[in-house]
Design a protein around this ligand. Structure first.
Ligand code: ZN
Ligand code: FE
Length: 254
């Protein structure tokens, strides 16, 4: 049986994610945004928590680290830096480790924070990107530079198109509203925005997404599109500059 993945809401707009390998019986949480929902989902599945994979140090991704560690004795794997509560093991760009029968690969994806990493499980075509890439959007550049964030997104774009992408937040509806100001004639985006509105009206999650869908509809990955460059008056500029312009506009977008 393949890897089992449970995604659920935490806090106001965070996602909790549990992954479980039925062959070996191990379970991991991707980030630990909130104790209550994570514990409830573990109990409902009769899983016990063995690991936490931390994407970055922000409190909305690490809040429940210590409480979960106390309750389950789980091992916390995360990026270097001082700010990951309870971390047992540091992982870096290019590292691989085993989760049950699965190989997990670590990609450094800095920009939102300097420590941000992505966990990729190639055998299951799934990546946990935290606050680096969002559905139709990307994370705010808080600690790094736009060029650094662009490099991280370029790295994620190297993942196979069929990769399922799990993100840290449900921001898709507002991301879509913004994206339509950058590329209003993109038929795939118009269609997706309509679908997202329907799902949100029904209180359903819009994640996970796929790399292919993001390449078709996410303006932050589409900086080489002539229509976007023309709209921004940035024909002939470097991709990182176009990215920085779109990111700046999103920061100011209401
Ligand atoms: Zn964050
Ligand atoms: Fe976050």
């Amino acid at each position: 049986m393949g890897l089992m993945i449970e995604q659920f809401g935490c806090k106001s707009d965070n996602f909790g994610v549990l992954i479980h390998d039925p062959d070996s019986g191990v379970t991991a949480a991707i980030d630990a945004p909130e104790l209550g929902p994570i514990r409830e989902h573990l109990e409902a599945k009769h899983w016990t928590l063995d690991r936490i994979f931390t994407t970055h140090h922000h409190g909305d991704h690490t809040e429940a680290n210590l409480a979960l560690k106390e309750e389950f004795g789980c091992r916390i794997i995360g990026p270097a830096g001082d700010a990951i509560p309870g971390r047992d093991e540091i992982v870096r760009e290019g590292d691989t480790f085993l989760f049950g029968t699965y190989e997990v690969r670590v990609l450094a994806t800095p920009g939102h924070t300097l420590d941000h990493i992505t966990f990729w499980i190639p055998a299951e075509s799934v990546a946990f990107v935290g606050d680096t890439l969002f559905a139709i959007g990307c994370g705010r550049v808080i600690e790094g530079t736009p060029a650094m964030m662009w490099n991280s997104l370029e790295k994620l774009m190297q993942l196979p198109n069929d990769t399922d992408i799990y993100c840290g937040h449900e921001y898709t509806q507002s991301n879509a509203r913004f994206a339509l100001t950058i590329e209003p004639e993109n038929a795939d985006l118009v269609e997706r925005a309509r679908h997202v509105d329907e799902r949100r009206a029904a209180h359903m999650a819009t994640l996970p997404t796929t790399m292919l869908l993001e390449k078709r509809t996410n303006p932050f990955l589409r900086v080489d599109e002539p229509a976007i460059r023309d709209r921004l008056g940035m024909r002939g500029k470097a991709a990182a500059e176009v990215f920085a312009e779109i990111r700046g506009r999103k920061d100011r977008f209401k």
